[in-house]
Design a protein around this ligand. Structure first.
Ligand code: ARG
Length: 598
């Protein structure tokens, strides 16, 4: 058993088979596409290939009406346990109705084996995903928060599909700013080698040193010499650099701990320091380097905007480190999927890096998938750049604090502080607060700018984590309220499994079942587009379809007068279980921690 069937993919294979058999001359020329049926009444899926096939045939001098083509496709369709029936509508649309006994079995399978999907593309290669990536000594801002949330979700998704995933935090730890930071450090804490300097506020420290750098030419000169000593590996300077990085690292870690970000390994720009000179030499050897005003430049294919790989003072740049980095990820890490998650402002940078890497022959885009996952800017409710009231940039810790506070107020409004134990309350408060912040980000198409609004994200109606988390706890409580034990349900599930599967009959039961079986194809789409909002849309719609079912299909029937339980529909309780199982997976991929009580 290899998990849930990707129905769309399976249907595509079946239709492709028939089309190739029907029109051997068109082999490989037509992408067969199966889509969800626009109208539930006519079928579950549809295949609209007859029209384009007719066009291609016509161009080859054969006249055949799309309807005739559709008929031929159906005639040659291999038999499948998935399909109940097909019919042709309009000019040649093929409606496909799924087999109910397939649905019953599929749901039964989810209950017994859990929600598992396997990657459709067979052997899956290693993923190297670069996300979060804040800069040492500077603050981690909302852009880095987006990168952290989106990157973590995509990494979870690939892991869920069975890929090996390397999560890399490409921190900015090697820029020229370290010269002034080290010079300032040695002035402020001459004792730094003996006792670790008590830098409480690294951002303030950064600002002070920047001010000195800008105002004092003497200091500036020293700062430059510090960079040279640092980059040449002088142990004292490396030591000072490490101390500064440590302070930043601890601050970042607090944010990661709160958001539940794990397995993200720090491998900053400094990691590539020794890899840069050979990469530059390699590019020079290929004859791709142009020298201009003492700088060494490389022009990406068809672009006038060069990358600077060596500055006029001999130093390296962000471009240089990213070239060394991509090569390292392809050759040393054997990455088959390289993903970079940053704001859309860096799109040109990555486009240029990828282009030069291809020109150097480091990878073939047919074999290695290299993608920049770009996202828009975070805006305030006034649709301007996200700032505090006094106009300063918002610190992430303060932002998370505020989310927690707002959530606490909301839960108290609902009287939850009286119903839950203090531990349960705290768990609910954090899960909802961080869940809402993550979900608000993930549920928007990443490429757009998005408006950060606590009011909207904490609303318990609509497409928010608050709504979904409530829905989840409610569904989970149904069996508990019905006083049907886990063991009893487990037994029922396995006896249905040994029989014909879950006995689904009611139209709303079947609708929910169909929706659940779409999970693998939805995940595949998220994986293809690297667009988490598609998963959020699915999760929200799942909750909606579930509500439609729950409103009309009673799980437990009670006597109106006495309130005694008259009948328990175990298969419906099990359908609730299957819904919960899919929701669980969605939350896991989205990085949201559901609570059992809230
Ligand atoms: N540190 C960079 C920034 O804050 C992001 C780094 C992204 N990763 C990379 N390989 N360039 O903008």
């Amino acid at each position: 058993n290899d998990g849930m069937v990707n129905i769309n993919q399976r249907l595509t294979e079946i239709f492709l088979h028939s089309i190739s058999a029907s029109f051997p001359g068109l082999k490989g020329k037509l992408p067969v596409s199966i889509t969800l049926n626009q109208n539930e009444k006519f079928g579950d899926y549809q295949c609209n290939s007859a029209m384009p096939i007719s066009g291609v045939l016509k161009a080859q001098g054969t006249k055949m009406a799309p309807r005739q083509i559709a008929e031929l496709i159906l005639k040659n369709l291999p038999s499948s346990d998935l399909i109940d029936s097909c019919n042709i509508a309009g000019p040649g649309f093929i409606n496909i109705r799924l087999n109910v006994s397939f649905l019953k079995r599929a749901l039964s399978d989810v209950l017994v084996h859990g929600v598992r999907t396997h990657h459709s593309k067979g052997e899956c290669g290693k993923v190297v995903i670069d996300y979060s990536s804040p800069n040492i000594a500077k603050e981690m801002h909302v852009g880095h928060l987006r990168s952290t949330i989106i990157g973590d979700c995509i990494a979870n998704l690939f892991e869920y599909f069975g890929h090996e995933v390397l999560r890399v935090n490409h921190v900015g730890d090697w820029g020229t700013q370290f010269g002034m930071l080290i010079a300032h450090l040695t002035d402020m804490f001459p004792n730094y080698k003996e006792e670790s300097p008590p830098i409480g506020d690294l951002q303030a420290f950064y600002k002070q040193s920047k001010k000195r750098f800008d105002d004092d030419p003497e200091f500036k000169k020293r700062a430059y010499s510090c960079v040279v000593k640092l980059q040449s590996g002088d142990p004292d300077f490396i030591n000072a650099w490490k101390l500064i990085c440590d302070v930043s690292r601890k601050e970042f870690q607090v944010i990661y701990d709160r958001l539940g970000i794990v397995n993200l390994i720090e491998r900053g720009e400094s990691f590539y320091h020794n890899l840069m000179p050979p990469v530059i030499a390699e590019i020079e050897k290929q004859g791709y380097v142009v020298v201009e005003d003492g700088r060494k430049l490389v022009f990406p294919e068809g672009s006038q905007f060069p990358l600077t790989i060596v500055k006029s003072d001999g130093g390296f740049t962000y471009d240089t480190s990213d070239l060394a980095c991509i090569k390292q990820r392809i050759f040393d890490e054997s990455g088959a999927n390289l993903i970079y998650v940053t704001d859309a402002g860096q799109a040109a940078h990555f486009k240029a890096i990828y282009s030069v890497a291809r020109k150097m022959g480091w990878y073939d885009p047919q074999v290695t998938r290299v993608e920049h996952v770009a996202f828009g800017v975070v805006l305030g409710e006034d649709r301007k750049k996200f700032k505090t009231r006094s106009g300063e940039t918002v610190r992430l810790a303060a932002l998370l604090d505020e989310g927690r506070k707002r959530c606490e107020e909301k839960l108290k409004e609902k009287g939850r502080d009286k119903e839950l134990t203090p531990e349960e309350f705290k768990a609910a408060q954090e899960a909802v607060a961080y869940g809402c912040i993550k979900y608000a980000d993930l549920s928007h198409n990443r490429i757009n700018d998005y408006v950060f609004s606590f009011d909207k994200m904490l609303e318990d109606r609509g497409n928010t984590a608050a709504y979904l988390l409530y829905a989840y706890t409610r569904i989970k409580s149904i069996a508990r309220v019905a006083k049907v034990s886990r063991e009893e349900l487990k037994e029922a599930a396995s006896s249905f499994y040994d029989d014909d599967g879950l006995p689904l009959e009611h139209a709303k039961e079947l609708k929910l079942a169909r929706f659940i079986t779409r999970f693998p194809e939805v995940l595949q789409r998220v994986c293809d587009d690297l667009a988490p909002h598609t998963l959020c849309d699915y999760l929200y719609e799942l909750a909606t379809v579930y509500t439609e079912f729950y409103d009309v299909c009673y799980c437990v029937e009670k006597d109106r007068k006495t309130g005694d339980v008259v009948k328990i529909h175990k298969h419906r309780l099990l359908l609730c279980d299957a819904t919960v199982a899919v929701m669980d997976q969605c939350f896991k991929i989205l990085g949201i921690k559901p609570v059992h009580k809230m």
